[in-house]
Design a protein around this ligand. Structure first.
Ligand code: AMP
Length: 389
């Protein structure tokens, strides 16, 4: 069932509680924000609420303060940065619940940022009393924190039973629109590209996507678990020996949909600038660190024909150039395919950035864990809890 969107709400003179994702990376003991990407991503939704006459209360978690206040994980620097980006004052609450916060209720057009939700252990425990206190601050609820939607916490699920309407924010809406588009009735041919370190992290994703897509292209270290399960030599490449049976079973069920690399870039030791060579059979004593040129060509040909593409995980040890070649080549192939493309996972996102093709990707998902759970076909509690249209 489609979920209510912030666009469906009457916000005029209402206090809206927006669950945002301000879980930003910090340095200098919590004083310096090293990337404000998540703050920037939240702006359109906040601006929308302000433009429609709402009083705005923002709430987020930041890091893992384990249920007690920790100045190194305060949202204060975020309030400052947000105020700069919006060119508007942002009041900072000393806590997220309690009498002090009650006194700071914003008027329409004003913004109040609550302090880190995880200063209270009740947030992650989804405590009903705490959830009720959060809900008492507002008239309507909006969740724009897709990255936290796979967690059933007080601010993502619990408080919703105490509010009249709970809607998806603009960012959440876009995530749901694209992830739904590529997984339910995708335009064909549809292709999933899966890479990264482990098969075990993506078992459910592989199982679910093999039912949906026409072709599954496997890269990264997870390819070597599949290859070993087929009895092929993998040298000392990264492998999950306890997942060989599972890999065999997945390959049997996926049949010709699942493609593995045909050639590999191997080294004797994994370090930047290590001597490497391309092989079709991985020799003893070497480890594979990237897909080879024949694989790039074969995968790119499949990608070029695709109308829908889902990509999660790098094709090799892309942090150590030149072993980023396979990942960057795949990023370029996805970008020039003209397909509806959804990219998830921090590493694939970095790859499309370094290939300079971010603007050619239909949607880059902001939530790593949440987008993987969505791709695995798991209902996200933070989405399920929202009001239906
Ligand atoms: P994930 O978080 O599962 O997407 O995995 C990303 C990590 O997988 C990155 O840090 C890559 O360096 C690593 N990775 C990808 N391919 C390989 C490989 N062939 N050998 C070792 N690590 C790899």
């Amino acid at each position: 069932m489609p979920k209510l969107s912030i666009r469906d709400l009457d916000l005029k003179n209402k206090t809206v509680f927006i669950r945002v994702d301000f879980n930003v990376p910090l340095a200098s003991g919590g004083q310096e924000i090293t990337s404000d990407k998540r703050i920037r991503a939240s702006i359109p939704n906040i601006q929308y609420a302000l433009d429609h006459g709402a009083a705005v209360i923002l709430a987020s978690h930041l890091g893992r303060p384990k249920g007690k206040p920790n100045p190194e994980m305060s949202l204060k620097p975020v309030a400052k940065r947000l105020a700069e980006l919006l060119a508007k004052p942002v009041a900072m609450a000393p806590d997220c619940v309690g009498p002090e916060v009650e006194k700071m209720r914003p008027a329409p057009g004003q913004i109040l940022l609550l302090e880190n939700l995880r200063y209270h252990a009740e947030e992650e425990k989804n405590d009903p009393g705490f959830a009720k206190q959060l809900a008492s601050l507002c008239d309507v609820y909006v969740n724009d924190a897709f990255g936290s939607a796979h967690r059933a916490h007080a601010s993502t699920v619990g408080m919703i039973q105490f509010v009249k309407q709970a809607a998806a924010g603009l960012l959440m809406d876009k995530e749901l629109e694209y992830l739904t588009k590529v997984t339910k009735n995708p335009e064909r041919p549809s292709v999933a590209i899966l890479g990264g370190a482990k098969v075990s992290d993506k078992i459910e994703v592989i199982e679910n996507l093999m039912k949906v897509v026409d072709q599954l292209l496997i890269g990264g270290a997870m390819a070597y678990t599949f290859m070993k399960a087929k009895g092929e030599p993998i040298g000392k490449s990264l492998v999950e020996d306890d997942k060989l049976g599972l890999a065999k079973d997945l390959m049997a069920r996926a049949g010709s949909k699942l493609l593995l690399p045909k050639d590999h870039v191997v080294v004797t030791e994994l370090k930047e600038g290590a001597d490497s060579r391309v092989v079709t059979e991985i020799p003893d004593g070497t480890l594979a660190v990237d897909i080879g040129p024949a694989t790039i060509e074969a995968y790119s040909a499949v990608i070029a024909k695709a109308k829908t593409i889902i990509w999660n995980g790098p094709m090799g040890v892309f942090e150590k150039p030149p072993f980023d070649r396979g990942t960057v080549a795949i990023a370029k192939a996805v970008a020039s395919s003209g397909a509806v493309s959804v990219v998830g996972g921090g590493d694939s996102e970095k790859a499309i950035k370094s290939a300079g093709v971010t603007d050619k990707i239909s949607h880059v998902s902001t939530g790593g864990g949440a987008s993987l759970e969505f791709l695995a076909g798991i209902e996200l509690p933070g989405v399920a809890a929202l009001s239906e249209k």
